[in-house]
Design a protein around this ligand. Sequence first.
Ligand code: ATP
Length: 244
Amino acid sequence: MIGAEAVGWQVGGARILEDVSLTVGAGELVGIIGPNGAGKSSLVNVLSGVTRPSTGRVTLGGADVSRASATRRSRLGLARSFQTSALFDGLTAGENVRLAVQGSGPSPASPFRRAASVAAGRVEALLERVGMGGAAGTLARDLSHGGRRTLELAMALASEPRALLLDEPMAGVSAEDVDGLTAVIGEVRDSGVAVAMVEHHMHVVLGLADRVAVLHHGSLLAVGRPDEVTADERVQQAYLGEAL
Ligand SMILES: Nc1ncnc2c1ncn2[C@@H]1O[C@H](COP(=O)(O)OP(=O)(O)OP(=O)(O)O)[C@@H](O)[C@H]1O
């Protein structure tokens, strides 16, 4: 559904990504891991269209989108969540989702004009889908960190994406909220969405991912089932001193 083919990305003289090839199929979740500075966010940025690859191709549903803008990719069925929170704190959870629904329509440049036309049922359904059915009226600023990340997920799903990129969805989420958010992401995958997820919480990645891709110094060190990857000596070497 979404793929990188021999992708390289250079900034100035620095090679940030080199010859990265990775595909994520419909209904598959691929965890992208690697030590700090390995190039994980850079890969997500190249896949989502925030940056263009210097070499290689990015494909979405079989089409070459290497030069397509993030907006165009979004219309073709790609959604992403960001490391930093993108919520409107002074609005309720329901209002935040409503804005995401309006912004994902055919002319996202003028979301407010269509405010009245967004069915309340659509907002409710998205909140239900992530297990936040009862929180529609809660201000975003009053949600827990886990609640905020879950709400961001509902917003990313507003465009009914075929592929979803998640950049550290568990960042800052308390231990008791991690399981709930993990289950929601698993359900999104099970509904047929192709999910690529950068995540530092290793037990989440290893428990949830169908395949794990390990980046190291901008190159793919290993790709495989979680048990294969953790048993790989080169991966263990790259993580020397850190718990896998
Ligand atoms: N726009 C940029 N210009 C120059 N260097 C960059 C740029 N973006 C990233 N880098 C560098 O590329 C390397 C990879 O960064 P990236 O953020 O992709 O790594 P990461 O694996 O996501 O790291 P972390 O786990 O710390 O989030 C780092 O050395 C970073 O300093």
